[in-house]
Write a protein that binds this ligand. Structure first.
Ligand SMILES: C[S@@+](CC[C@H](N)C(=O)[O-])C[C@H]1O[C@@H](n2cnc3c(N)ncnc32)[C@H](O)[C@@H]1O
Length: 326
C-alpha cells in the first residue's frame, strides 16, 4: 500500500472471514434463552445495511444529523489535532458518509481503511469513497471487531492513526462488551494516535423512542429484516407477519431496547430446531445505550483511555470524544 490506486479502486481488500456459522450459533443460542435475544451485528446483511442508511435519513433519527453537525463545527480543530498525513481507520464504517466530512477537513490524510462485518456494502462504500477522494489510498477489511483483529498484519502505511468510531455504535454493547471493544480499539493505538468516537446522550424517553420507531416504519423494517434473513440463510419458517417491532426506553439501564414481539402464539423452526413463542413474548434484538459525559468518560477510563476533549451540539443530544491512551 505505497502508491495511490486509480480512482475508485482499493489499495487492498482483506477478508478476515467473520464466520457465517456464528450467525447460526448466535440465533439458535439466542432463541433458546428464557428472554430470547439475537446480537445486533446480525442485522447487517445487504438489505439491513441499506435499511440502516434509510433510517439515518428519517426525521426522527436525530443521531446522524446531529453528529454530522458537530463534525462540521469542529472540522478545523480536528484537523489541527490530527496533523498532516493521518491514517484514518473506521471500524463499523457502514456507508462511510461521515468520513467525507472528516477526510475533507484533514490535512492530506495518508490513507483511509474501512472495516465492517457487512462485506459487499463495505466494498461498495470504500470503492465509492476512493472515487470521491482521488489519490487517497483506501483499504477495506471485512472483519468482526468483537473478535481479535491483527491490525499490524495489514498493509497499513505509517503515520499517526486516527481511529474514527462514529454513530454511537459503542452504545450497542452492554457495559462489559463496550469496555472490551474500547480495549480492542486502544490496542490499535500507538503513542500519539487518537480515537475519535461518537456517543449518544441521555434525553427524554419520547425523543429516544421516536428515534428508534420512526413514523415511516423504516426502523421496524430494519428490525423485521432480521427474521427474513434467518428464514433465508438458516432455513427458517418464521411467519414475519406474526411479529411487530417495539422500541422501549429502559431508564434503569439507560438504553433504548429494540424487540420483535409475537402478535400471537407461534411455532417455527430454524435450521430444523423447533421454537415456540407466546403472544407478546419478545426477541430482544438491540440495545442502544445512552451516556452522560461523566459516564462515558468513566467507561473510557476503565478501558485505559483518557478523554482529552469533547464536543456536543447546542441541544446536548450527542457528544464526540477525542481519546488517547491514558
Ligand atoms: C450503527 S451502524 C453505524 C454506521 C456508520 N459508522 C455511522 O456512523 O452511521 C453500525 C455499523 O457497524 C457495523 N458492525 C456492527 N457490528 C459489527 C461488528 N461486530 N464488526 C464489524 N462491523 C460491525 C455494521 O455493519 C454497520 O455498518
Amino acid at each position: 500500500m505505497t502508491t495511490p490506486s486509480p480512482a475508485g479502486t482499493l489499495s487492498f481488500f482483506k477478508d478476515l472471514h467473520p464466520p457465517r456459522s456464528r450467525f447460526r450459533e448466535d440465533v439458535l443460542d439466542g432463541l433458546s434463552k428464557p428472554q430470547k435475544s439475537i446480537p445486533p451485528k446480525h442485522f447487517y446483511d445487504a438489505r439491513g445495511s441499506a435499511l440502516f442508511d434509510d433510517i439515518t435519513d428519517t426525521e426522527d433519527y436525530y443521531v446522524t444529523r446531529t453528529e454530522l453537525g458537530i463534525l462540521d463545527a469542529i472540522a478545523d480543530e480536528i484537523a489541527a489535532k490530527a496533523g498532516s498525513g493521518a491514517v484514518v481507520i473506521e471500524p463499523g464504517s457502514g456507508s462511510s458518509v461521515k468520513i467525507d466530512k472528516l477526510l475533507s477537513a484533514l490535512d492530506h490524510p495518508a490513507a483511509y481503511i474501512g472495516l465492517d462485518i457487512s462485506k459487499d456494502h463495505l466494498i461498495t462504500a470504500c470503492e465509492d469513497l476512493a472515487a470521491r477522494f482521488d489519490g487517497l489510498e483506501v483499504g477495506a477489511v471485512c472483519a468482526d471487531f468483537t473478535q481479535p483483529v491483527a491490525l499490524d498484519d495489514l498493509p497499513i502505511p505509517d503515520g499517526k492513526r486516527l481511529i474514527f468510531f462514529p454513530g454511537s455504535t459503542i452504545g450497542n454493547f452492554e457495559p462489559g462488551g463496550a469496555k472490551a471493544l474500547l480495549e480492542t480499539l486502544r490496542g490499535w493505538l500507538r503513542p500519539g494516535d487518537a480515537l475519535l468516537i461518537g456517543a449518544d446522550r441521555v434525553k427524554s424517553a419520547e425523543i429516544l423512542e421516536n428515534a428508534y420507531d420512526d413514523t415511516h416504519g423504516v426502523t421496524a423494517a430494519f428490525n423485521l429484516n432480521l427474521l427474513t434473513r434467518i428464514n433465508r440463510e438458516l432455513d427458517g419458517t418464521i411467519d414475519v407477519g406474526a411479529f411487530e417491532h417495539r422500541a422501549v426506553w429502559n431508564a434503569d439501564l439507560s438504553r433504548v431496547e429494540m424487540h420483535l414481539a409475537a402478535r400471537r402464539d407461534i411455532e417455527f423452526t430454524v435450521s430444523g430446531q423447533v421454537f415456540r413463542m407466546k403472544e407478546d413474548e419478545t426477541i430482544h434484538t438491540e440495545n442502544s445505550h445512552k451516556f452522560t459525559i461523566d459516564r462515558f468518560t468513566a467507561l473510557a477510563a476503565s478501558a485505559g483511555l483518557a478523554v482529552k476533549q469533547n464536543w456536543s451540539d447546542a441541544r446536548g443530544y450527542f457528544t464526540l470524544y477525542w481519546l488517547e491512551r491514558a
